[in-house]
Design a protein around this ligand. Structure first.
Ligand code: FAD
Ligand code: SF4
Length: 513
């Protein structure tokens, strides 16, 4: 029997998605890829992201040569119609897509078999088993205390024998986060570490850029941000080079300054591997294995390797499974009842309109590259949104559109749960936000800033410090009942200038801080 054709989505580009083993597609199955213009028309994406995804898809099609039918269409439905013609229910396979919307679409098609998800260490069934076993355990302080990251991460390490010495974690500790929260080195504006791997563009990138220019000129699509030069891998070969470069030259320094921020060195020792991982160009197992080898051979210290393994085998897997576990309603959660629309300067990535140096610097990084590391995402961008009470669904949409590694599955838990606390504590035990003191300690942003991190009121009041107290005041009752924030709320009563602080913060409205 002829093998059934297999449909590859644009984030299923590595060889493991065509591997017939472990529930994969038929051996030597012909491949279908669909470039659907409506995806770009629906929302205003960062142009670098549109470039990256189209470039990666077209590169994959070029590699697959005659094996692939590459269709340009308005929608996926139209693309499928073009391929299947009059045999509208001819058999087809597809790996479990990464978004609920795409899963619903493929599940509703005649003749399509949805194969198990690939690109993650933990299967849906295994996660369900773990979550089932942990149901009902925990302290009862929030809706799902048993599903915290830490327990999940230990279980993944044990199950996959990752960084284990027999039954114990390597080095005797599961968690070395404590060693990984150092501020940036004093007096340095960059880390002493070899720069990240960067690609060279080719003819396919030129073609993509010409197409994007034309579509924009024709008024077909509209983008935010700047495009170019391409900064992230778009092929398997490039992704492998980026991984090898990171493990050989940058992994050793990954841990120490993981949470630090430097204006002139936005990447620090981060891996930049979220893009090839989320495009499906790399499998997580092939990222954590060489990292562990580097530890075993003495080439990288445990705090760095554990920190990196925690990100990939812990956080990334956890976020993926929470996306499916929390259900469709999760995207509409708004426990804090925040409804303010995002201001135009933020929507347009207008960094130059912003005075606050931390926010202006980070917004410029997003505008120019579509990327910034997790602390600027959480403690500068997300914290601004949380303190100003922006609508969490709109914040999620913004992150999804503006980040080169943003996809529905990864955005929902990270933004709705982690960053905006809109789920009321299903994912984290407290909201993540801080005053200027934290940003001052962890970055070099404050010294040249027009505001002072320790000023709550007056001309030089730091919007993060004032915003922090404003946030605590606004949600005083809820936060006083949470043991992790109760003490901070008590601090409100000691502020003699609270009234003035609340008035000036409210007066700022949606003007750029
Ligand atoms: P590194 O610091 O080198 O970490 C290694 C890898 O760990 C990353 O490549 C990524 O694959 C994985 N990882 C670490 N944390 C997470 C996490 N919380 N969720 C998923 N994967 C994780 N990550 C995305 O991949 N896409 C997103 O759209 C995204 N949006 C985010 C939004 C907010 C508000 C926050 C707080 C975090 C978000 N993250 C997202 C997680 C994290 O910020 C990025 O994965 C990371 O900054 C990517 O850079 P890197 O590859 O250099 O990461
Ligand atoms: Fe940001 Fe406040 Fe520091 Fe300025 S003083 S950089 S606004 S934290």
């Amino acid at each position: 029997m002829a093998p059934r054709p297999h449909w590859l989505f644009g984030d299923q580009l590595g060889p493991h998605f065509l591997d017939p083993r472990h529930g994969g597609p038929d051996d030597k199955a012909p491949v279908i890829m669909i470039e659907a213009r409506s995806v770009l028309r629906r929302r205003r994406f960062h142009r670098a992201k549109a470039h990256l995804v189209l470039s990666a898809m077209r590169h994959r099609a070029a590699e697959l040569g005659d094996r692939v039918t590459y269709v340009r269409a308005e929608t996926y439905a139209e693309g499928l119609e073009k391929v299947r013609g009059r045999r509208a229910s001819s058999p087809l396979t597809v790996c479990h897509p990464t978004s609920r919307r795409a899963l619903a679409f493929v599940s509703g098609l005649d003749g399509v078999e949805v194969l198990p998800a690939k690109g993650f260490l933990v299967s849906h069934d295994d996660f369900a088993e773990w979550a089932g076993r942990n149901k009902g355990k925990g302290s009862g302080r929030s809706q799902s205390p048993s599903l915290r990251l830490e327990g999940f991460y230990h279980w993944v390490r044990e199950r996959h024998d990752l960084l284990m010495d027999g039954d114990d974690p390597a080095g005797g500790r599961w968690n070395l986060d404590h060693d990984n929260r150092e501020p940036p080195p004093r007096g340095q504006d960059t880390l002493d570490v070899r720069g990240p791997w960067r690609p060279s563009e080719d003819d396919i990138d030129d073609e993509v850029r010409r197409d994007l220019d034309r579509w924009e000129r024709d008024g077909d699509v509209s983008f935010v941000g700047r495009d170019g030069p391409r900064r992230f891998p778009a092929t398997r070969r490039e992704a492998r080079s980026a991984l090898r470069h990171f493990v050989a030259h940058r992994l050793a320094g990954f841990g120490r300054h993981e949470d630090a921020m430097l204006a002139a060195d936005p990447v620090l020792s981060h891996s930049l591997l979220s893009v090839p991982l989320n495009l499906g160009l790399l499998d997580p197992a092939e990222c954590v294995e060489p990292a562990e080898e580097a530890y075993r051979s003495g080439d990288a210290p445990l705090n760095s390797v554990e920190g990196f393994v925690r990100q990939i085998a812990g956080w990334r897997e956890y976020v993926w499974h929470l996306y499916w576990h929390f259900g469709e309603d999760y995207r509409h959660r708004n426990a804090l009842r925040h409804t303010t629309p995002l201001p135009d300067w933020f929507l347009d990535l207008d960094a130059d309109a912003v005075t606050a140096n931390c926010l202006s610097t980070v917004l410029a990084q997003v505008r120019d590259t579509g990327w910034t590391h997790h602390i600027p995402r959480l403690m500068v961008l997300g914290s601004r949104a949380l303190q100003d009470g922006w609508d969490p669904a709109a914040v999620t949409d913004w992150f999804h559109r503006c980040f080169v590694d943003g996809y529905d599955w990864v955005m929902l838990p990270n933004v709705v749960g982690m960053s905006q606390y809109a789920d009321g504590g299903m994912m984290t035990t407290k909201p993540y936000t801080s005053g200027g003191a934290y940003i001052n300690k962890m970055s070099d942003f404050c010294a040249p800033c027009a505001y002072r991190p320790d000023h709550r009121t007056g001309e030089e009041a730091c919007p993060y410090t004032a915003g922090y107290w404003f946030f605590l005041h606004r949600h005083r009752t809820r936060l006083a009942a949470n043991h992790r924030t109760a003490r901070a709320v008590k601090g409100l009563d000691r502020l003699k200038d609270l009234r003035e602080l609340l008035d000036t913060t409210a007066q700022r409205g949606d003007a750029p801080p």
